[in-house]
Design a binder for this molecule. Sequence first.
Ligand SMILES: [Zn+2]
Ligand SMILES: [Zn+2]
Length: 356
Amino acid sequence: MRPLALILFLFAAALDLSAGPTNYFCVICGKGPLTGRIWMSKWGPICDDCYKLENHCSICGLPIGKDFVKTGDGRFICKFDRPAAVLEVDGAREVFAAARRELVGLFGGGFTLNFPDVTVNLFDVDYWSEKGREDGLHKFGFAYTRKTRHGECTHEVVLLSGRLRTELAATAAHEYTHLWINENCPAEHAIGADTIEAICELSAYKLMQSRSQPEAMQKILSNPYTHGEINQLVALEKENGLAYILNWVKNGTTAALETESYALAAPLRKPVMTATNIPVPLPAGLKLAGLLLAGPSRQAVISGVSFAAGETKTVKLQNRTVQVRCREIQVDGAVLEVAGMAGPFTLKIGEEKLVP
Ligand SMILES: [Zn+2]
Ligand SMILES: [Zn+2]
């Protein structure tokens, strides 16, 4: 099977420690004190042998040693991410129920479902691939509402396994909002596809905000999925409140929310069946995956591109391409300059910085 290759990333920067033993121990095999080439990951040092291991964690990219879990479709999850990863359907149901409860708390009683039963399931990548769509691998969630002739609804949500609890909660909020729209948007109110997705992303955003997860909030804003509409909605919500947006879904007549910036011709779509197709393509910002600290050939791996000190290279990000110069490589980070940005800044291992 094809792994979630896009989620994997290299993560190394190496230190030259040929001078003698250190007090570093490999976080994967425990070997140490380490000498020679040592790789620094966000979890700590890695020996050269472990660095060469074939399999990598689908969440953080760490090479996989002996402590790991494997999803049904063959993705590996390292021992560090394992406690926060959702691998069982019961865990997914808990995450969904909590997200739902919190959203109703945030948005008010009008955000409950008239038909409250929601079947939540957890699936592996294989499930999406079997749907026969090229982009199946990138799906994080799916929401479906069946309407009977008598106007009753049955709801179903499917979530991708092996993701971190916080990320899964954001997806759960998104899918729950699809269900609410399915119930509450009258058939004659055709809403633009981007606007529907943006409203669902707004829910995810509000949930992450109330949970104080700034990184997840940034991710939602920079995701190209809604073609920028999420940013307009966040501004609109700030000004008019959520009730305004929910009321528009129920009683509005236009395809997009009425603001000056909404002059767009979005394709119309009936909101009964919806799949959340959030692509996970290029990184949103500059991310220092790791450092290779090997004497004069020290390297920093930034958003998939490796740099030696002094090198300038082009880095492809989600919405743009940026020119990055790596000024200096330190033991735990790199000093970077980005064309168009004022002054150099330091990026620590595992850190991500969004560029304007
Ligand atoms: Zn090792
Ligand atoms: Zn991991």
